[in-house]
Design a protein around this ligand. Structure first.
Ligand SMILES: *Cc1c(COP(=O)(O)O)cnc(C)c1O
Length: 412
C-alpha cells in the first residue's frame, strides 16, 4: 500500500507534535532539533554543546552502591519491583533533604513520591491535575517536555516571557498577572531555569505566589537545578513561601544534582491530596523503575559536598564559555545557575538561531541548540529570541577550551 493511502493514526500525538513545533504543514512529524543537532555533531565531528548532559559521571561511591544493589554474585539484590511510591529509604532521604536544606517538613509515606525522573513527575502531575478547558501557565522559553505534557493532558498552554536585560533574564510580572486567570489550574514553574539560567528572585516568586493564591491554582515547580547556582545566588523553593506549601508540588531529580542523568530517579513532594493525585496516574505510566538506583540515590542525598563542588566547578566553566562566546562576538547573558548559557547571535549578523545552529559545525566546529526549540511555535517570545542559541557548559574544561578556540573563528 503506498504510504499516502495509510490512514493518519487518531489520537493526541498530533497535538503533542504541534505543541512542540514538530508538525509540518504537510502532516509529517519531524525529529526534535535536539536529535537533529546531536546527529549533526556526530556526522561533522563538531563539539556538542547542544544537549545538556555531563561528560563526567557522578560520584563513584554512589555508582558503587548501585552496582552493589544489583548484587550479581549474591542470591538476591534490588532487582525486582520496588514499592510503588519508591523504597522507604529514598522517600526518607528526600524528606530529610527538604528538611535539612529548606526547613520543609514532609511525611515520607504520604508526601513524597519517587518517579522515573523529573520528566515523569511533571507529565503525571499534568495528566492528574488538568484537562480540556484548563489553562497551564509556564514561563517562556520553557523546557520542551512541558508543552508536550500539557498537550497530552488536552489543556491549553499559556506562557509568560522571561526577558533578557542587564540583570539576566527576568520575569515580566505584568504579563504574569495578565496570563493567570480563573481558568488557570496549574502554574508550571522552573527555577533555576532551563534554558535561560535565571534563578527567580524572592520578589518574582512572591508575584507567582500571589497570582496562584488569587486564581486558586496549584503550582508545579521544577527545581532539578536546585543546587546548581553560582555567585552566592540562593535557590528559593516556592513551597517555602508563606501559604504556598499547601498548593505546591515540588519536583526534583538526582540526574542533574549528582551527574547521573541516565538513572532517571526523580521525585515529587507536596501535600498528601496532591501527591495522591500524581501517584494515582504515575502508577499506570511506569508503575515503578530503577530498583538498584533508588538505594544509591538515598545515600547520595545525604551528601551536600558533591553538589556544592559541582556548582563551584560549573561556575568556573560558565565563566570560561561566557568569555569565549563574548570574544567570538555573541551577546551573552550570564546565567546564575543550571548547565546553560543563552547567547545572542544578532551582533554577529545572524538573525535566525535555527539557521545558525545548522551552519555552526561548518563555521566553527561547535553545536548548539536554537532557543526557538524552547518556545511556542509562532509566539512573540520565539520572535524576540529568534537569534538566540543555547550552549551547555557541563563539559570538561579541556572540551570547553577547545570550543572557545573554535568559536573564535566567528570573530575572524
Ligand atoms: C533535565 C531536566 C529535566 C529532566 O529531568 P529527569 O530527571 O532526567 O527526568 C526536567 N526539567 C528540567 C528543567 C531539566 O533541565
Amino acid at each position: 500500500m503506498p504510504p499516502e493511502t495509510l490512514p493518519s493514526p487518531p489520537g493526541r500525538w498530533r497535538d503533542v507534535a504541534r505543541a512542540t513545533g514538530l508538525l509540518s504543514p504537510d502532516g509529517a512529524v519531524a525529529s526534535t532539533v535536539f536529535a537533529e543537532m546531536s546527529a549533526l555533531a556526530l556526522r561533522t565531528g563538531a563539539l556538542n554543546l547542544g544537549q545538556g548532559f555531563p561528560d563526567v559521571d557522578g560520584p563513584s561511591w554512589v555508582r558503587r552502591a548501585a552496582a552493589d544493589a544489583i548484587a550479581p554474585d549474591a542470591e538476591r539484590g534490588a532487582n525486582q519491583y520496588p514499592p510503588g511510591p519508591g523504597i522507604p529509604a529514598l522517600r526518607e532521604a528526600v524528606a530529610a533533604h527538604q528538611a535539612r536544606r529548606y526547613d520543609l517538613h514532609l511525611d515520607p509515606d504520604t508526601e513524597v513520591l519517587v518517579t522515573t525522573g523529573a520528566t515523569e513527575a511533571i507529565a503525571a502531575a499534568l495528566l492528574a491535575l488538568v484537562g480540556p478547558g484548563d489553562d497551564v501557565v509556564t514561563l517562556e522559553p520553557f523546557y520542551d517536555s512541558y508543552a508536550a505534557g500539557i498537550a497530552l493532558a488536552g489543556a491549553r498552554h499559556v506562557t509568560v516571557p522571561l526577558v533578557p536585560g542587564p540583570e539576566g533574564f527576568r520575569l515580566d510580572a505584568d504579563a504574569l498577572r495578565a496570563a493567570v486567570t480563573p481558568r488557570t489550574r496549574v502554574i508550571l514553574l522552573n527555577t533555576p531555569h532551563n534554558p535561560t539560567g535565571a534563578v527567580l528572585t524572592r520578589a518574582e516568586l512572591d508575584a507567582v505566589a500571589a497570582v496562584a493564591r488569587e486564581a486558586d491554582a496549584v503550582v508545579l515547580t521544577d527545581e532539578v537545578y536546585e543546587h546548581l547556582t553560582f555567585d552566592g545566588v540562593a535557590h528559593v523553593p516556592l513551597a517555602t513561601l508563606p501559604g504556598m506549601a499547601e498548593r505546591t508540588l515540588t519536583v526534583s531529580s538526582s540526574g542533574k544534582t549528582f551527574s547521573l542523568t541516565g538513572w532517571k530517579i526523580g521525585w515529587v513532594t507536596g501535600p498528601e491530596p496532591l501527591v495522591t493525585a500524581v501517584r494515582t496516574v504515575k502508577q499506570f505510566l511506569t508503575y515503578v523503575s530503577g530498583a538498584p538506583f533508588q538505594p544509591a540515590v538515598a545515600l547520595a542525598l545525604a551528601d551536600d559536598t558533591y553538589p556544592r563542588e559541582l556548582a563551584a566547578s560549573l561556575a568556573a566553566r560558565r565563566d570560561l564559555l561566557c568569555e569565549g562566546l563574548e570574544a567570538a562576538g555573541f551577546g551573552v547573558v550570564r546565567p546564575q545557575g543550571t548547565y546553560f548559557v543563552l547567547a545572542d547571535a544578532a551582533p554577529l549578523g545572524f538573525d535566525d538561531g535555527t539557521d545558525l545552529c545548522r551552519r555552526l559545525p561548518e563555521l566553527a566546529g561547535v553545536v548548539g541548540v536554537p532557543v526557538a526549540a524552547f518556545c511556542t511555535p509562532g509566539s512573540a517570545t520565539e520572535r524576540a529570541l529568534r537569534s538566540w542559541v543555547r550552549f551547555t557548559f557541563v563539559k570538561r574544561e579541556d572540551v570547553l577550551r577547545d570550543a572557545v578556540r573554535r568559536l573564535a573563528a566567528l570573530a575572524g
